[in-house]
Design a binder for this molecule. Structure first.
Ligand SMILES: [Zn+2]
Length: 80
């Protein structure tokens, strides 16, 4: 919880308050004022929260990338 200055009367108001207790100004607009991004980005999914199939698909993608990348490097270096 933080105190912010009321845009209408300038007195300190809790940012959780729906309306200013001093002047009664509705602070519904504060959400966009305090959080410029209207839809905050979701926190990135943690590895352990993923399902096993999702983990497996990521492992396959990384393995494939490393394999293809490694082959490309070897190909360039040794002209296989
Ligand atoms: Zn006010």
């Amino acid at each position: 919880m933080a105190l912010v200055d009321c845009e209408e009367c300038g007195k300190p108001v809790s940012d959780r308050a729906d309306a200013c207790p001093h002047c009664g100004w509705k602070h519904s607009a504060w959400d966009s004022f305090l959080n410029p991004t209207p839809h905050p980005t979701k926190p990135r999914k943690k590895w352990k929260d993923m399902r096993k199939t999702e983990q497996l698909s990521w492992i396959i993608i990384f393995t494939w990338l490393i394999g293809v990348g490694g082959y490309a490097v070897l190909n360039a270096m040794f002209d296989i």
